[in-house]
Design a protein around this ligand. Structure first.
Ligand SMILES: *Cc1c(COP(=O)(O)O)cnc(C)c1O
Length: 415
């Protein structure tokens, strides 16, 4: 490592250098990424950028007293979230930095809830194997136990029979995904709600992916399973605004059916300066993330989100139809919204070798292990323009893999 001192340079020079760094990244504006990016167009990018810049210096930690502006915008963002996700007058929410923090706060609330009821440790969270790793991360921090149950074979959903047999005294929380990121299916939230009500358990719905897409797809007439706060038994729900809400990164909501439950996630301490308090898990907090979310939500409105849902799901249809028409490939079904995966059904075509070939053609490829070794995509509007190119490249890659009997060195996913 070079440990010499470095002196200042002009912004023009540094900026040009930073822009040149991007040459090594995959072309997200061109739709070459199947994940990490939720992107529409240059216009939306500018709205995010300008709104973020407008409030970049303001600090969400002081939202109540120093920056009523931030409180006002944040309250409106939460109100809109509750309005589309089955909230009521009694509900409440917290603006967070992302799904991982939303989940952390939901787990903390559930833990506090169990503590307050006098329940003895250990505490356990029951999940389907498809639930996001963020639940284990939260459990790690809070020294909770996690049990992941195998997904149901036939539809990759939470296996409710298995869940019933796994229930024991230590379980405090159950999680359903809407949809899960592994197979793209919705867990049976209504069924989970019944079990949780009967057994006095906290049910969290992870709608990080579906929260700002599924309600609008439903308004457009798509059939979407019940999954939101209106389902009896659901106590909390996570929904990422920086995914299908199209906000700048650093924006998610954790919503609670009862605003009383939300207090279980808060932090407060009487210290030398008086009471320090924060609803989320952050101290200093980016005002820009709140402002960008507010701006995008207001500019798009329900009609804008419905239009985007149409583009996204129409693109899913085009891609999956195209993939199914390529000999030797098959889209794994069911999947229920915007995330799908496809596998090889021909022993002469190794799917990871196809992924390697697609990588050589400049596509960043998402790979998945279960329910089958597969190539996975989370579709968003930017992909509308790449369907034909993607399918043509895929056909070519499959043909080459089959003809040359290519095998992949690829072993395991890391991301
Ligand atoms: C993205 C995601 C998360 C985590 O959200 P981050 O914003 O990446 O922290 C949790 N659950 C699901 C289903 C997700 O897709």
């Amino acid at each position: 490592m070079d440990m010499t001192m470095t002196n200042g340079r002009t912004w023009n020079e540094v900026r040009a250098e930073m822009e040149s760094f991007k040459d090594q990244d995959f072309d997200w504006k061109g739709g070459r990424l199947p994940s990490y990016i939720y992107y529409l167009d240059e216009e939306m990018l500018n709205i995010q950028r300008e709104a973020y810049g407008l409030y970049m210096v303001e600090n969400g930690l002081g939202k109540g007293r120093a920056f009523p502006s931030l409180k006002r915008m944040e309250d409106e963002v939460i109100r809109r979230g509750l309005a589309i996700l089955g909230g009521s007058e009694a509900s409440g929410g917290i603006f967070t930095s992302g799904g991982t923090e939303s989940i952390l706060l939901a787990v903390k609330a559930a833990r506090q809830w169990a503590r307050q009821s006098g329940k003895k440790k250990p505490y356990k969270i029951l999940l389907s194997e498809t639930a996001h790793p963020a639940f284990n991360r939260a459990a790690d921090l809070m020294e909770l136990e996690v049990e992941r149950l195998p997904m149901r074979d036939r539809d990759f959903k939470f296996d409710l029979d298995l869940l019933q047999t796994a229930l024991d005294d230590s379980v405090i929380m159950v999680v359903g995904s809407a949809p899960n990121y592994a197979a793209g299916t919705f867990d049976d939230i209504t069924g989970l709600g019944e079990i949780c009500l009967k057994n006095g358990l906290w049910l969290h719905v992870d709608a990080c992916v579906g929260g700002f897409l599924a309600p609008f797809a439903r308004m457009n007439g798509r059939s979407i399973p019940e999954f939101d706060l209106s389902v009896p038994g659901v106590k909390s729900l996570s929904a990422d605004i920086h995914k299908y809400g199209f906000a700048a990164k650093g924006a998610s909501l954790v919503l609670f059916s009862s605003a009383e439950d939300k207090k279980l996630a808060h932090f407060a301490l009487d210290w030398s300066r008086g009471t320090y308090q924060s609803e989320s898990n952050q101290g200093t907090r980016a005002g820009g993330a709140v402002a960008a979310a507010y701006a995008v939500m207001n500019v798009l409105g329900n009609d804008g989100y419905r239009r985007l849902a149409d583009i996204t799901l129409g693109t899913v249809d085009r891609l999956t139809d195209g993939i199914d028409s390529i000999d030797g490939l098959e889209v794994i079904k069911p999947f229920e919204l915007c995330i799908f995966a496809y596998k090889s059904v021909d022993p002469g075509i190794e799917i990871n070798a196809v992924a390697d070939e697609m990588g050589n053609k400049g596509w960043f490829i998402g790979r998945s292990q279960r329910p089958a070794p597969s190539i996975q995509m989370a579709v968003n509007p930017v992909h509308a323009k790449i369907c034909d190119q993607y399918l043509a490249d895929l056909s070519e890659s499959v043909a080459k893999v089959k003809q040359l009997g290519l095998r992949s060195q690829f072993d395991k996913n890391t991301y």
